[in-house]
Design a protein. Sequence first.
Length: 312
Amino acid sequence: MTPKDIDNLRPDPAGIDKAVAYLRAGDLVAFPTETVYGLGADATNDEAVATVFSAKGRPSFNPLIVHVANIDAARALAKWNDAADTLAQAFWPGPLTLVLPLVPGHGLSPQVTGGLDTIAIRAPAHPAARSLLSAFKLPIAAPSANPSGRISPTQADHVKEGLNGKIAAVLDDGPCPVGLESTIIDAVNLTLLRPGGVNVEQIEAVLGRPTAQRQTQDITAPGQLASHYAPNVKMRLNVETPNPGEAFLGFGLMDCDINLSAKGDLTEAASQLFEALHLLDKEGRTIAVAPIPEVGLGIPINDRLRRAAAPR
Ligand code: TXA
Ligand code: MG
């Protein structure tokens, strides 16, 4: 049997209705968020959630982020606290994920949280994601819509290349504006678990205190594993001059194959990063990457680049 092609849906009322019907039937629908495309499943449906892990080839101990429409929906699932409230008021809807204790009677499939007693939760800002959440009414579990360990998808075509035949549909609304995954904060210990779309400086300013860095020893989740976001080809970082035969991924005014931002803008570079890696991966040459400053969005950009370049 040949696998069924992905149903390409538009984010109009008919497309949203169809996406909701798939989710209700326990099927998987990839949808755009402001960060990357997510692989959505009904978070209360055991079979649907199990299919997320098998479609991605994701280890079952690595928990999923639960997407909700707003703070009220989050409070039905997570034990809310003052820090969570401050952060959600400031950054939701948006690219910030909060890790909090689960509340009893949450109704989620236990596999969503990988058996942990905490939940990672966020309210995305993308209009198509918001339409889907408000029409579906239940929480949507969604990891990034890529095979486990590979480059994250910032366009519907990336989703199709990685997951065709394995999921029902993709809600196609063009490129994701932020282009990097959400920042993940443990909102109990105020520990930064993953740098991302919201700068940690902004988070600390809103909290009025510094966040802690996660212990590098404590690897409980592949999103934090050394090798992740990886293309098939090799990568070299902080390259001033590429070697002959290498593809050069630039930043700032320079001669290169693809420039993340000729004007040296980190927001633009973040939005271009995964598309550039997808494109250069197809060429088969080693990717040499120009230095990117370790400030603001440069922090999550360098985080993703280091994991993409890490030995596998
Ligand atoms: O921007 C994003 O966050 C995207 C979009 C689709 O929302 N999602 C995303 O999901 O990046 P994923 O599965 O690729 O990364 C989720 C990360 C993983 O590193 C996972 O281990 C971590 O969140 N995570 C999930 N639940 C957790 C928990 N209870 N405690 C600590 N980390 C958790
Ligand atoms: Mg991911």
